[in-house]
Write a protein of this length. Sequence first.
Length: 269
Amino acid sequence: MSQSVRSARPNVPSQRLKMRRELAAAAMELFATKGYEETTVDEIAAAAGVARRTFFRHFRSKEEAIFPDHDDTLERAKAVLDAAPAHENPLDTVCRGIKEVMRMYAASPAVSVERYRLTREVPTLREREIASVARYERLFTRYLLGHFDESAVAHRDGDEDGLDEPLLAEVAASAVVTAHNHVLRRWLRAGGQGDVEAQLDRAFATVRRTFGTGFVASRAAADRPAAAAGASGANGAAGREGGVLVTVARTDAPLDQVMRTIEEALRQG
């Protein structure tokens, strides 16, 4: 009987995500037809057939409403990291983790393309998107910090002092996110057409060539404090000794050129 009771219980996480997506769909339609500034939370709730208080149980603001899947996707990316095989290169693990983000967008191409259009037109939505992306970057930075290979980095640079752990981990994580975003933007501009995962794999190959020797699969350092991996946002900034290293590249630049820019800034930092 207890088994029957358990089976009859609603899947709360699935219902929550379903409602978030319904609210997001209502918000996007209103933003597209009425305009972002002219749309109110009450109107979004009414269009989704729920009360205002229900909206605020799921989102803190109307700009947050068009990104309903990021919390769930962040958890899936974290699960990839947590379940990584002991022998896997940590950078490969991070690349697999961020694929969960790409799959989120690729699951609904039309919605993703419309969301991309809205975020280009509304600065507030663009800022919200950047804040969401920064959460993945922080997650990956913390993970890479626990798999830093001091000997490999010192040997590569020909310097016993080498590069400090937070810098390499943060810039490598930023490179993975940059590669992902580069491919994602190109795919969205093409109307969500094409094999985006294959494009992503080619982009990750460039990242691996640049940063793949700086980390080890051993988890011996997994408990190392992650406080040094402060948030850098999604702009490619990395902290070192209290300073800031910033790399700048055009969004339409070839990925190899973007990676060379990051690596050069890393070496000069």
